[in-house]
Design a binder for this molecule. Structure first.
Ligand SMILES: [Zn+2]
Ligand SMILES: [Zn+2]
Length: 264
């Protein structure tokens, strides 16, 4: 007999510029947001997290950068599940997606169902064709928001993720570390532009725009290994959370190993 999976939660399988994958699950079913590690490594981390018996019903892609899509083709072919992506993202990945089981086109602001999950894509601001984040609701009404790879949090994003139980929010870099760090000028400018990545300070300010209803856990995501430290990201996001009057837990997703957050 298979052991029972934990009921509801989010497994941050990997987060950062060397690969991203997040599994949102509810009573044995799940959706994967991005698959930016090899399919084999994603499956290894899912198993290590004790979630091997979750039936993944779709892979939702945020945008075409390699750290979000490296394993999408192999994994969706192995599982026989569809890829969800905007038209712009799918066309940027035309070759990679040519022989996947199915590509479902998503539109920012239009909710759709994967089966066990209601998915609302929302526009993000990043230097790619048509990027989105996702708000994901399970059959019991738990809501999870994933907002990374965005230079600013759009008002559409704020609306979509307000009221989530758990929010995964990018806190990519510390502005001082980025400025004094080793990256060339053009890359520094790209990262901190409106179409780059959210800094710790921007993540904290973004939180201030959110209604605090129901938010229990905030997970800082896509932490730069060169331009940030987990403790700095956690401290900034914690300041933003407290400004909302939240007692929400603040955690930091990691690049090298999975972190599981159960939703009660
Ligand atoms: Zn990324
Ligand atoms: Zn990106």
């Amino acid at each position: 007999m298979q052991s029972l999976s934990p009921a509801t939660g989010v497994a941050f399988l990997a987060s950062g510029s060397r690969g991203n994958a997040t599994l949102v699950y509810h009573h044995g079913r799940g959706v994967l947001v991005d698959c930016g590690l090899s399919a084999r490594e994603v499956r290894r981390r899912i198993a290590e997290a004790g979630l091997a018996n979750i039936e993944i019903e779709a892979v939702l892609v945020t945008h075409e950068h390699g750290d979000h899509v490296a394993g999408v083709r192999v994994l969706t072919r192995a599982l026989g599940v569809p890829v969800y992506a905007t038209r712009g993202t799918a066309s940027s990945l035309r070759e990679q997606l040519a022989d996947v089981p199915e590509v479902v086109t998503v539109h920012a602001g239009e909710a759709l169902s994967t089966g066990a999950f209601r998915v609302l894509p929302f526009r993000t601001s990043h230097d790619v064709v048509e990027p989105v984040g996702y708000a994901i609701e399970d059959l019991a009404g738990h809501r999870v928001g994933i907002a990374t790879d965005t230079g600013v949090l759009t008002s559409e994003a704020v609306d979509a993720i307000t009221g989530c139980d758990l929010l995964g929010l990018e806190a990519n870099h510390d502005l001082d570390m980025l400025e004094s760090g080793p990256y060339p000028r053009f890359l520094k400018e790209r990262i901190r532009s409106d179409r780059g990545h959210l800094s710790n300070a921007c993540a904290a300010r973004a939180l201030e725009k959110l209604g605090s209803d129901g938010l229990k856990t905030i997970v800082a995501m896509h932490i730069s290994e060169q331009n940030n430290l987990p403790r700095l990201a956690k401290a900034s996001v914690g300041v933003g959370a407290r400004s909302l009057g939240l007692t929400a837990d603040v955690l930091v997703a990691r690049q090298v190993e999975a972190m599981v957050c159960e939703i009660l």
